[in-house]
Design a binder for this molecule. Structure first.
Ligand code: BG6
Ligand code: MG
Length: 225
C-alpha cells in the first residue's frame, strides 16, 4: 500500500478539453493587434502559465516589454480574455477530449481520488460547461494559488486537499511548464502531446485517445520499485 497510486490530478486546458487551441487563437489575435505575430512553436511556451506571464512572454518576444504601463497591460490581458470567453461560449460535454471520460470511469472504478490543477481563472466555467465539476474531488484554480506552473504549488495544493502524499499521485499535463510542476511536486508525470516538448515526463502519449490507464499504472508501479 505504501507505494500505491492513490490519486490522479489532471490539467484542464489541452488535457480534458481542447481549450489550449482557444487560448492560442485569442493570444495570436492580440499579438497581431500589437504587432507581435508568433508561431505555434512559440505558443508551446505559453501553455500552462498564467495570463499575465503569457502576456509578458509575448511582449518580450516583440521587444516591447517597456512599451506598456501596468494598466495598459491589464487592458490587453482583459481583451484577450474577452475574446477567449467568446470562443468557449459553446463548449459542452461533447468537447471532452477522446479517452478522457473513459479514464475518469477507470479512476473511479479503482476508487482513486481525482483532482484538477489548472492555473486558468476560467477553470470552473469550463468544467461546468463540460458538466465535470461534480466528478472531481478537488478543483484547484488560479484563485487558490500564488505561483503559476512551473512552480509545483498548484499540484501540491491539490494533493494536500485530497489528503494524499505527492509520491502517490499521477499528474497529467500537455504543457512543458506543467510537466516541470508535476516533477517538482514529486509526482509521476504523464504527458499528452509531443515527446520533444514533454521529454521530462515519465511517459508521453501522443494524444488523449492514446492514454491507457492500465499502462500508466504499470509504469507508475515500476517506477516505485
Ligand atoms: C492555462 C493555459 O491552463 O491557463 C494557459 O494552459 C492560460 O494557456 C492559463 O494562459 C491562464 O488562463 P486564463 O483563463 O486565466 O487566462
Ligand atoms: Mg494545459
Amino acid at each position: 500500500m505504501n507505494n500505491s497510486l492513490q490519486a490522479v490530478i489532471f490539467d484542464l486546458d489541452g488535457v480534458i478539453t481542447d481549450t489550449a487551441e482557444y487560448h492560442y487563437l485569442a493570444w495570436k489575435a492580440l499579438g497581431e493587434d500589437i504587432g507581435i505575430p508568433f508561431t505555434r512553436e512559440f505558443n508551446e511556451e505559453l501553455k500552462g502559465i498564467s495570463r499575465m506571464d503569457s502576456l509578458d512572454k509575448i511582449l518580450a518576444l516583440g521587444g516591447r516589454v517597456n512599451d506598456f504601463s501596468l494598466e495598459e497591460k491589464e487592458q490587453l490581458a482583459h481583451k484577450k480574455n474577452e475574446h477567449y470567453k467568446e470562443l468557449i461560449q459553446k463548449i459542452s460535454p461533447l468537447d471532452i477530449l477522446p479517452g478522457i471520460q473513459e479514464l475518469i470511469v477507470e479512476i473511479k472504478e479503482m476508487k482513486l481520488k481525482m483532482g484538477l490543477a489548472s492555473v486558468s481563472k476560467n477553470a470552473f466555467t469550463v468544467m461546468d460547461a463540460l458538466r465535470l465539476t461534480d466528478q472531481f474531488d478537488v478543483i484547484v484554480d488560479a484563485n487558490t494559488i500564488a505561483n503559476s506552473k512551473p512552480d509545483p504549488e498548484i499540484f501540491l495544493t491539490a494533493a494536500r486537499l485530497l489528503e494524499v502524499d505527492p509520491s502517490h499521485c499521477i499528474g497529467i499535463e500537455d504543457a512543458a511548464a506543467g510537466v516541470d510542476a508535476i516533477k517538482s511536486a514529486g509526482m509521476f508525470a504523464v504527458g499528452v502531446g509531443s515527446v520533444q516538448t514533454l521529454y521530462k515526463a515519465d511517459v508521453v502519449y501522443e494524444s488523449t485517445s492514446d492514454l491507457s490507464f492500465k499502462n500508466m499504472v504499470e509504469l507508475f508501479e515500476k517506477n516505485k520499485k
